[in-house]
Design a binder for this molecule. Structure first.
Ligand code: ATP
Ligand code: MG
Length: 493
């Protein structure tokens, strides 16, 4: 077969090569001059779904979407006038089929046939635009869900907030913009604790990609609140790539748990109190009652035969028994009044020395059989102070009476009053049976008696009344004791 040999000179060869590049570059390529297309490659006609002839016949604006025509035209005029305009942009084209396509356009000025023209490359980016819009819609939907979550959510990198949801911003009282970039230390009450927490969380995140802790956070106004915080690495076992944290405010839950615990403890204490009360009454009331009963029986059966002196003695025993029970009942009633906050606090100027001296006399009279020796030491011979006299009687009367009662072998009872500036210190010490160390903390609870009291009678209410009277004065009381050696009670008012 004969194939004619076509020879091309250098210039033609160059043109053929250029044409081949232009047609095979994959992008639409047009040249526009005087608002008309003067050149279009095959890809351009394909993308615009038209023919070259049609394109050449109509102005270039026909190919631009009606809503984009104004600005495209403006921009073209500016470019031709030599003004700086962007050379890359996105524009819509309206195809004859009615389809709208997005084009990514690059424009540059070139001379064409000796006059200025624009060379425009373009490609169809409709799919990319749609994918982008879809992505944006999906991510704004996701963001809306995250914002409406009932837990605070934070994405953090290197312990700095990168993203926070509305709930978290409400929790801590800072705006979302303020929180972005903020180090999490700002939201923790203590720097050292925050650093320690960071180390613990990092260890857990590296090992398991998750971390869980219960923490106190600080709101903008300084208020502290409890959160359950759960962390999850964005990339497995790599906290440096970012961690998603969720925060659940558990302040109310902890408060409710605490209230329940307090209520349970109160219930327990009430049960203990009831047992102590039953133990005390069955012991302390039974003794005088059986004395009264046996005395009454003696009188009933031997009345005629008993000499008068013996009868008087028996009647005195009955009287003493009744008095003892009455005293106990008075104490129970007084404590009831104290605990119902019915005890009044009426401070006024009193002569302390006189009161203390009277109290010592009363105590001696109450314990006529005691072989203790009471010594007093009042630093100021005429101490004046502002106290509630009735409460002072309860406080010092009980302490002095205990000192004698719990010193059955006698010994020195020392009563000291020292006025120092704003406070007055009252100290009662004895050399009696003392108190076992681990029982001291319970002595101020009602009906509580130490295990070493033996037969010494008592209701276990005196110190409870003392404590309340001291509290009403805004004072304090302390005890030191060595079993078998003695005790010292110190009151500061
Ligand atoms: P009462 O109600 O009659 O005073 P009580 O003396 O037993 O009875 P509190 O005065 O409250 O009750 O004292 C409580 C307990 O503290 C006593 O039972 C005793 O065990 C212990 N106690 C108090 N004072 C002394 C003291 N000076 N020495 C040793 N034990 C003491
Ligand atoms: Mg007592």
């Amino acid at each position: 077969m004969y194939t004619p040999e076509i020879r091309l000179d250098g210039e033609h060869l160059e043109l053929v090569r250029l044409r081949a590049i232009v047609e095979s570059c994959g992008e639409g390529l047009v040249v526009i001059q005087n608002d008309q297309f003067v050149f279009a490659n095959d890809r351009a006609t394909e993308l615009l779904q038209t023919t070259r002839a049609e394109m050449m016949a109509q102005g270039y604006l026909v190919r631009v979407h009606p809503q984009d025509r104004d600005w495209i035209e403006d921009r073209r005029h500016q470019r031709l006038a030599g003004q700086a305009v962007p050379s890359r942009y996105e524009v819509r084209t309206l195809l004859e089929s009615g389809d709208v396509r997005w084009l990514d356009i690059g424009v540059t000025m070139i001379p064409w046939g000796g006059a200025p023209a624009t060379l425009t490359f373009f490609s169809d980016i409709t799919e990319r635009k749609q994918a982008h819009a879809e992505l944006q819609r999906a991510s704004s939907e996701r963001e809306a869900i995250l914002h409406n979550a009932l837990v605070g959510i934070v994405m953090s990198v290197d312990r700095h907030n990168q993203w926070v949801n509305d709930k978290f911003s409400q929790m801590v009282g800072y705006g979302r913009e303020e929180l972005i970039g903020m180090p999490s230390a700002m939201l923790h009450p203590d720097r050292a604790v925050w650093e320690q927490l960071g180390r613990e969380q990092r260890t857990a995140l590296v090992a398991t990609s998750t971390s869980s802790s219960v923490r106190q956070l600080k709101r903008r106004n300084g208020e502290l609140f409890w959160v359950q915080m759960e962390g999850q690495c964005v990339r497995k076992n790599d906290p440096d790539a970012g961690v998603i944290w969720t925060f659940l405010d558990i302040t109310e839950r902890l408060k409710a748990e605490n209230d329940t615990r307090v209520a349970l403890e109160q219930q327990k204490e009430l049960n203990n109190l009831r047992s102590r009360f039953v133990a005390m009454t069955s012991h302390e009331f039974r003794t005088p009652l059986s004395t009264i009963l046996s005395s009454a029986e003696l009188l009933k059966y031997y009345d005629e035969r008993l000499p008068q002196a013996e009868k008087s003695k028996i009647l005195k025993t009955i009287e003493d028994g009744v008095q003892r029970m009455k005293r106990m009942l008075d104490r129970v009633l007084l404590l009831g009044k104290v605990e119902a906050h019915m005890l009044e606090f009426r401070p006024r100027a009193v002569n302390l020395q006189q009161i203390c001296q009277d109290l010592v006399e009363d105590t001696r009279a109450q314990h006529p059989l005691s072989i203790c020796e009471i010594t007093t030491n009042f630093t100021d011979p005429a101490i004046e102070g502002v106290f509630d006299e009735k409460l002072l009687h309860h406080i010092l009367g009980n302490l002095l009476s205990n000192a004698l009662k719990y010193s059955p072998q006698g010994g020195a009872v020392h009563f000291r009053v020292v006025c120092s500036g704003e406070h007055t210190l009252f100290e009662v010490s004895d050399q009696g049976i003392g108190i076992p160390h681990d029982e001291i903390q319970h002595l101020f609870e009602s009906f509580h008696r130490a295990s070493n009291v033996g037969d010494i009678p008592g209701t276990g209410l005196g110190l409870a009344i003392v404590k309340n009277a001291v509290d009403l004065h805004g004072g304090s009381i302390s005890v030191s004791s060595v079993p078998g050696r003695g005790s010292t009670f110190t009151v500061r008012l």
